[in-house]
Design a protein around this ligand. Structure first.
Ligand code: ZN
Length: 61
């Protein structure tokens, strides 16, 4: 049994989620986390939103 690193739920269907550069690269060295299905979907959505926001704002960090 694995555990989701985001919500702490026990699950046997985790996905590896690579935390990308939106985070502080000095403290988070391309960290890999395990996320349950719910959290991985949520993360994916957040990522899409971030990409969308970045492209509409002209690539502002
Ligand atoms: Zn979770």
């Amino acid at each position: 049994m694995l555990r989701c690193d985001f919500c702490g739920a026990d699950t046997d269907t985790v996905k590896r989620v690579a935390i990308d550069k939106g985070y502080d690269r000095l403290t988070v060295r391309h960290e890999k986390r395990y996320a349950c299905r719910y959290c991985s979907e949520k993360k994916e959505k957040e990522r899409q939103e971030r990409l969308k926001a970045a492209s509409t704002e002209g690539g502002k960090a």
